[in-house]
Design a protein around this ligand. Sequence first.
Ligand SMILES: [Zn+2]
Ligand SMILES: [Zn+2]
Length: 326
Amino acid sequence: MSQIRKDMFSGEWVIFASNRKDKPYNYKRGAKMEENNKSVCPFCPENESMTPPAVFELKNEGGWEIRVFDNLYPALSLNSFERDFDTFYESHDGCGIHEVVVDTPEHTMDITDETDKHFLRLFGVLIERLEKIRNNEKVEYVQIFKNNGPYAGASISHSHWQIMGVPILTSEQKAAFEVFEEYKKSKNRCIMCDMVEHEKASQTRLIDENEHFVSLAPYASRQSFEMWIVPKRHISTMSQLEEKELKSLSVFLKDMLLRINAIREGISFNICIQEEAKSTPEGLFHWYIRLLPRIGSWAGFEYATRCFINPVLPETAAKFYRENRH
Ligand SMILES: [Zn+2]
Ligand SMILES: [Zn+2]
């Protein structure tokens, strides 16, 4: 049972999902992947009955290679939601979609060991689910993300991604879309396209580029070693990536993940795929991927002020990534 409430002081939305308190946690903090228990892993082959039925499966000769199903402990759901009717405050039905994409049948497979062919197949599945979820009339915004490792919020060690279709425009997205809109109004150009040009010219925060993508450490990174992968072509959703761009991204993402692993073997990180929202003017947003290595966590000052203290300048992070190419 979920509901969504707005913090009227910050304008931020908070999802309340009381069912998630029963969620299993099979990560031993600090333990290596292989030490975590396979026999009770709900994401392993032969344990499919421990999860809701698949909504999509990419098959291989022996079984499935990628399996998608509704999250057993969804933060949002289409059939179990409520709204708070306190009229002083603003709230919204906790109505939405929350899917899990198990991207490998191998219990101990680490994403940084996957092949670029794997990423290509995975992108195909993510796009298929993205389109399906976006088409639901209740959904305003779709967030695709991966929590990799216990310090990135993963509760199950078996590799997986998650997709959430939310019924509201979240505050991070609202703020970003307003920036795109303002810049477009004043300069009649895309702020991200201009930023990529600027970073390519200045080189200091540019990590690498190939024919279709650049990677860079953003100018005001909130997290140490934050990295963005940005397509050179202006597109607003992952669905607009062409076959040759998807192939190129598969190789590029794998390369960038290896460089993140060079910070520290087995480092926890998040991958966030930033999409346009349904209410955003079509074509305004510039699609990109955020890679967030997890070093340190939010502390009192960050909670109190939303002003982050980052000990690593993005210029230093970019230099590290440039020197750690494989
Ligand atoms: Zn498993
Ligand atoms: Zn652009």
